[in-house]
Design a protein around this ligand. Structure first.
Ligand SMILES: [Zn+2]
Length: 253
């Protein structure tokens, strides 16, 4: 990849990240993505195009609204930088046809991760079409429709079962159905092997951070953890290195 192309992909990724910020802000509030144009949530002043440049505007404005000086959340540049990095990584690691589903998948994971972190919900408008889109792509490229179908059924089914058992034993809802649909979507896009790797990675990340939080804050573990955020992190790792780790593991058998 030439430097010029890499720069182009990074800038494009940051611009997409800017749109993902709009999705993250508006989807949980059930607002239109297209209208109105971006405005300051505090004073309502419309954001001028020259103040809407990913990352750079945030630095230029010292993270504050130009009009009312209200602080702008650091999540905006963080999402833009993360999306830019994911775009660059995907173009480096995947060949042209597979780039398209992987980019769509990564964008969905970023949006779900932040929405779950802020609102503890995983909107159906992302996960349900996500399951269908992932499965459709698998007819034309890896992981192939069989792996995809097993991935979405086992992914959704296993979490659903855990939730059911937890509910029967504890008599309370332990896991939302959002997680079930999200893991089904991950299985549909990545296939069952990388889906299992995702489940392993996200449980590990969740336990490690959860234990840390319980130790520091003495908090309630279940209340504290947005599992979808960990699923997204695990899925992004599995999307990049999944095939390699699964191949390495299989070489022992
Ligand atoms: Zn303002």
């Amino acid at each position: 990849m030439s430097f010029g192309f890499a720069a182009l992909v990074t800038v494009f990724g940051a611009a997409v990240g800017s749109f993902l910020n709009v999705c993250i802000h508006r989807l949980p509030l059930r607002l239109s993505l297209a209208w109105p144009a971006s405005h300051c949530p505090k004073c309502g002043a419309p954001v001028k195009p020259y103040d809407n440049i990913p990352v750079i505007s945030y630095i230029w404005l010292f993270g504050r609204c130009r009009h009312c000086r209200a602080p702008i959340s650091v999540k905006y540049p963080v999402v833009e930088i993360a999306t830019a990095a994911v775009f660059l990584g995907t173009f480096l690691l995947f060949d042209p046809p597979a780039v398209v589903p992987r980019l769509l998948f990564a964008c969905a994971m970023i949006v779900l991760a932040v929405i779950d972190l802020e609102h503890r919900i995983l909107p159906d408008v992302i996960t349900l079409p996500g399951i269908a889109v992932g499965f459709l792509f698998s007819f034309f490229m890896p992981p192939g429709w069989r792996d995809s179908l097993i991935g979405l059924l086992v992914g959704g089914g296993s979490l659903w079962l855990i939730g059911e058992v937890y509910f029967r034993v504890r008599g309370e809802e332990g896991m939302g159905f959002g997680d079930v649909k999200m893991l089904a979507m991950i299985g549909a896009f990545l296939g069952w092997r990388s889906m299992l790797l995702t489940l392993f990675l996200s449980s590990f990340l969740g336990s490690a951070i959860g234990l840390g939080m319980v130790t520091v804050k003495r908090g309630d573990m279940k209340y504290a953890l947005p599992f979808g955020t960990f699923l997204a992190a695990g899925a992004l790792i599995a999307s990049v290195v999944g095939d390699r780790i699964v191949g390495w593991y299989a070489s022992f058998y």
